[in-house]
Design a binder for this molecule. Structure first.
Ligand SMILES: O=P(O)(O)OC[C@H]1O[C@](O)(CO)[C@@H](O)[C@@H]1O
Length: 242
C-alpha cells in the first residue's frame, strides 16, 4: 500500500484528481469505478475544471458506481444517480450511455444485482476504483459482518451509516434502510484502488483498516490484500498511523 498524507485538502484533491487525469491521458478508454459521499467531492470539482480547461477528456471513458440506495428514485436529490450527475457526470464530456449505476428502483432487486455484476464481468477489469471509507470500515456499502458477500448484492444499512448519511436528506427517517452495492470481491478485482479519507473522526478506523488485522468486521482491511492500493489521507485522518 502506498499511503500518502497531505497537509491540506487542496493538495489531497489535486493529487487525487491528478492520478485520474494521468490515467485518462494514458488510457482514454479507462473504466473508472466511482464513489459517492462527501469525500470525493473536491476531487470531482478538480476533474470538472481539468475537463473544462481541456487538460483531460472523458469522451472515451466509462464509469461504474459502487452503490445506490434501494427505493430512491434517480430524480431524488439524495440518490447516488443525482449525486453523480451534480458532482461530476453532467459537467464532463462522458457519454451518458457509458455511465453505470445500480438501479435501486428495480422491481426485482436480485435480478438487478445479477445484471450489474454480469455487466462488470463483461466489461472486464475496472482500471481505477475510487473509494471513501465509512466510520465503521465500510467500503461501498459493505457493512462489517462475520462474513461478506463477494459480488453485487442488496445490503441492510447499519444505523450508524444511516445517521452519517442523514445530512444528505431533509430528515433522518428519509435515509433508505437498504442499498445495492458492489461486493468487496467485486471491488478487489480493480487494477488499482484509490482510497481517500478525510478527518479526525476517521483516524481510528483508518488505523484499523490499514494497520489492523484483516477481518470482515472491518471491510476496508481487506484492501491490505490488494497489490495496487494508493491511500490519500489528510493529516487528521492519518494522525493515528504508526
Ligand atoms: O465520504 P463520506 O461522506 O464520509 O462517506 C464515506 C463512505 O460512505 C458512503 O457514503 C456510504 O455510506 C460511501 O459511499 C462513502 O465512500
Amino acid at each position: 500500500m502506498n499511503i500518502i498524507k497531505f497537509e491540506t485538502q487542496e493538495a489531497l484533491n489535486e493529487a487525487g484528481s491528478g492520478i485520474i487525469v494521468s490515467l485518462l491521458q494514458t488510457n482514454p478508454r479507462a473504466k473508472l469505478g466511482l464513489a459517492t459521499g462527501g469525500t470525493p467531492v473536491g476531487i470531482y470539482k478538480k476533474l470538472v475544471s481539468a475537463c473544462k480547461q481541456g487538460t483531460v477528456s472523458f469522451g472515451k471513458a466509462s464509469s461504474f458506481n459502487l452503490d445506490e440506495y434501494v427505493g430512491l428514485d434517480r430524480n431524488h436529490a439524495a440518490s447516488y444517480y443525482a449525486f453523480m450527475q451534480e458532482q461530476l457526470l453532467a459537467h464532463v464530456d462522458i457519454a451518458p450511455e457509458r455511465c453505470h449505476i445500480p438501479n435501486g428502483m428495480a422491481a426485482d432487486l436480485e435480478a438487478e444485482c445479477l445484471r450489474y455484476e454480469t455487466l462488470l464481468e463483461q466489461v472486464g477489469q475496472i482500471d481505477l476504483q475510487l473509494l471513501g471509507l465509512g466510520h465503521n470500515g465500510h467500503i461501498g456499502f459493505n457493512e462489517p459482518d462475520g462474513a461478506l458477500i463477494r459480488g453485487t448484492h442488496v445490503v441492510e444499512l447499519r444505523e450508524q451509516t444511516r445517521a452519517a448519511n442523514a445530512r444528505f436528506f431533509d430528515t433522518p427517517e428519509q435515509v433508505p434502510t437498504k442499498a445495492i452495492t458492489m461486493g468487496v470481491g467485486t471491488i478487489l478485482k480493480a487494477k488499482m484502488i484509490l482510497l481517500v479519507v478525510h478527518g479526525k473522526d476517521k483516524a481510528e478506523i483508518v488505523k484499523q483498516a490499514l494497520q489492523g488485522p484483516i477481518t470482515t468486521e472491518c471491510p476496508a482491511s481487506l484492501l491490505q490484500t490488494h497489490p495496487n492500493v494508493a491511500v490519500l489521507l489528510d493529516a487528521e485522518a492519518g494522525s493515528l498511523l504508526s
